[in-house]
Design a protein around this ligand. Structure first.
Ligand code: PMP
Ligand code: GLN
Length: 410
């Protein structure tokens, strides 16, 4: 039999996360590629989930999510954004943020519709848009020019490029802040211009805020675009227990949006997975509803992850990289210009050699360009710092040793 993959899936292969993790495992490399904590999320959550697994019926949950979790998420989102969402009509529990992304894109994009996305971008966006038959319209984020050492400047937008991209209209825009892979937090001014374009074109904004609590010093407060004037009615905001509670394996996420948008998202969600598992939802609900516990927990995240970032940054600099500090998320970008003496070496090739030679894995960000060619000179790698101190220490030792050996053989 000839297998004919549907054409819309032809541009995609195995995800870079799987590819790099497999390569890392094959070389016994430290995996700073795939973004998952190599330590457990809070014990209290695990205990509640275990308790619910034993005591709840473990049959289908309500399609829109367990009522207790919808109420808990509504309160959590209100605390973070100042915006109220009705737990019954405006909060939908999804199978991770990934499924929320699919549901939102497929709810609002018709074949041929333009979808504006900031590139480099998380891979699920491009796949969901392709699946809906939409056209990804890219807006480039430009790397800061950092001469040496560590820089805290975020990636920037060229507003002429932005306006040229949006002028043809669009039905959906996708914004991810804090941003994967660059660690950028969109500033208030940037958000205002972006939101004005969304309103002007009467479009929907999907705002992926899964890293909402991973925000570091020297950055302005993360402001969700949903809090800007006139935006509540047109934003679907996505977040997830994967990042907030450090359980990427739970696959529990949520989408909050006004009722008419939520109805559309729920229809697609129902068609994709119908529901997500009840025990995990209920266990999470118990802990999120303990507002004293939750607010102390989320407040602790910047210090915990910030210290990890600082440690990795310093060791990358000692190993000859220059580093662009993540303003948010658990990814930092490191430039390897000095290792290639200014030559252009594809980041995919450099990442593979780093695994083979230094036994440390990172993600080559050129794979996050879907609507346009990655810049020719893409001498950056994305390193995940959501790892134990021991893991980071091992990575640091290996990188420094590699840099000092006969010099990188790239
Ligand atoms: N959005 C972004 C920006 C991500 O980095 C990720 C990956 N963790 C997701 C969504 C997917 O989240 P989840 O694991 O909850 O599906
Ligand atoms: N979001 C994670 C990352 O960017 C990985 C998600 C996945 O493996 N699909 O590394």
């Amino acid at each position: 039999m000839t297998i004919k993959l549907a054409k819309r899936w032809a541009p995609f292969g195995t995800s870079i996360f799987t590819e790099m993790t497999q390569l890392a495992n094959a070389h016994e490399a430290v995996n700073l590629a795939q973004g998952f904590p190599d330590f457990s999320g809070p014990q209290e959550v695990l205990e509640q989930v275990a308790h619910e697994t034993r005591s709840c019926h473990n049959q289908y949950a309500p399609a829109v999510g367990e009522s207790s979790l919808r109420h808990a998420v509504s309160a959590l989102v209100e605390q973070q954004t100042g915006i109220e969402y009705c737990p019954n009509e405006e909060v939908t529990i999804t199978t991770g943020a990934t499924e929320a992304i699919y549901s939102v894109v497929n709810a609002f994009v018709n074949p041929g519709d333009r979808v504006v996305v900031f590139e480099p971008c998380y891979d699920s966006y491009a796949q969901a848009i392709a699946n809906a038959g939409g056209v990804l319209v890219p807006v480039r984020l430009h790397a800061p020019d950092t001469p040496v050492g560590i820089s805290a400047r975020g990636w920037g937008i060229d507003w002429n490029e932005f306006h040229a991209a949006v002028v043809g209209g669009f039905s959906l825009m996708i914004l991810n802040t804090p941003h994967n892979p660059t660690g950028k937090i969109f500033t208030q001014n940037e958000l205002e211009t972006i939101c004005n374009a969304v309103k002007e074109h009467d479009a929907v904004l999907m705002c992926d805020e899964v890293y909402e609590y991973l925000v570091y010093q020297n950055t302005s407060e993360v402001r969700s675009p949903v809090a800007l004037p006139g935006m509540r009615e047109r934003v679907v905001r996505i977040s997830s227990a994967a990042k907030t509670f450090g359980f990427t394996g739970f696959k529990v996420g949520w989408a909050t949006a006004p009722a008419p948008l939520s109805r559309a998202v729920r229809l697609v969600h129902q068609g994709i997975v119908f529901c997500t598992n009840p025990a995990t939802q209920r266990g999470l609900a118990t802990m999120i509803s303990d507002t004293a516990w939750t607010s102390a927990y989320v407040k602790s995240l910047p210090d915990v992850y910030g210290a990890k970032q600082q440690y990795l940054e310093e060791s990358l600099v000692r190993a000859g990289f220059r580093v662009q500090t993540a303003q948010g998320s658990y990814f930092l970008m490191a430039c390897y210009d000095s290792h290639v003496q200014g030559a252009v070496v594809r980041d995919v090739d450099f990442a593979k050699r780093l695994i083979q030679q230094a036994r440390v894995a990172a993600i080559p960000p050129s794979v996050f360009y879907y609507g346009s060619e990655a810049p020719r000179r893409m001498n950056w790698l994305r390193f995940a710092f959501c790892k134990t101190d021991l893991t980071l220490q091992l990575a640091a030792e290996r990188l420094e040793e590699w840099a000092q050996s006969d010099g990188p053989r790239v």
